[in-house]
Design a protein around this ligand. Structure first.
Ligand code: FPP
Length: 254
């Protein structure tokens, strides 16, 4: 029997079947600053609008049936930004937790963090840890917040942990390394979206993204709405993931 076609609740009329929806979507939310500059506004306004947009995309992702959403909110390189901007991004994280946590929890969002929390203010670390603990049993949507995250740093961290655990060289394989990354236990991303037209990986999920489909869009993050997300999902649905194999092999299911 043919699978029932379910309309995704987006403004776009093109339907996606449930089996076409990527399980794990990761987003490099780029272009807040340029969005603001294009409107003669301060960069802070771009981040404010970017945060508003995050609410919309979280809601849409849950509605569509995405199970894991990994969001690049602050990279290990972002410490090099002007002090006031770094402080603002820290304040945004704090206010998102203060204002949105109860609703996210009620909607079944499980909040996780990837990156190095130890470098941020102890008070904020505590809030993040409490938010993770509060939502740990939720299973509607896992939101994995990459904050003070860098892919190379993540691999260095994993190697150190593996050595500290005394694991012999011959036991080290890809699965073991994956299990020591911040994303341990989660499947690799299927789709990585980057807004704002940049065509770089920027140290984001460099191990886990080995076979992800990339979707760059020129749209700045504050304007990346539900319809744009739907376009990205449609593009994903039309990709052929070969994982190193040939088309013929895929057709004959070899
Ligand atoms: C990139 O735009 C965006 C960031 C570095 C921060 C992303 C933050 C948000 C979307 C707000 C939500 C944040 C949290 C912590 C939940 P950019 O400033 O690099 O833009 P530009 O490249 O145009 O200058």
């Amino acid at each position: 029997m043919a699978a029932a076609v379910r309309e995704t609740p987006t403004p776009n009329s093109e339907a996606l079947r449930p089996d076409q929806i990527p399980h794990h979507v990761a987003i490099i939310m780029d272009g807040n600053g340029r969005w603001a500059k294009a409107r003669g506004l301060p960069r802070t306004e771009g981040h404010r609008q970017g945060t508003e947009n995050l609410r919309r995309i979280l809601q849409a992702s849950g509605d569509i049936g995405i199970r894991i959403l990994t969001l690049y909110a602050f990279s290990t390189e972002n410490w090099g930004r002007p002090r006031a901007e770094v402080q603002m991004l820290m304040r945004i994280l704090e206010s998102v937790i203060d204002r949105e946590l109860a609703e996210l929890n009620q909607k079944g969002v499980q909040l996780r963090h990837i990156g190095d929390l130890s470098a941020i203010a102890p008070r904020l670390q505590k809030k993040v840890r409490e938010a993770i603990a509060l939502t740990r049993d939720n299973d509607k949507l896992i939101v994995n917040l990459a904050f003070n995250y860098g892919g190379r740093g993540e691999i260095v961290h994993a190697v150190r942990q593996i050595i500290a655990a005394g694991i012999p060289a011959e036991q080290i394989d890809e699965q073991l390394i994956s299990s020591y990354l911040y994303t341990s236990g989660l499947p690799d991303p299927d789709l990585i979206i980057r807004t704002s037209g940049e065509l770089r990986v920027s140290n984001f999920l460099i191990w886990q993204g080995a076979y992800a489909e990339y979707y760059p869009t020129p749209t700045y993050w504050p304007d990346f709405d539900e319809a744009e997300l739907h376009q990205a999902l449609l593009a994903f649905a039309n990709r052929r993931r070969r994982f190193g194999r040939t088309d013929d092999q895929l057709e004959t299911n070899e």
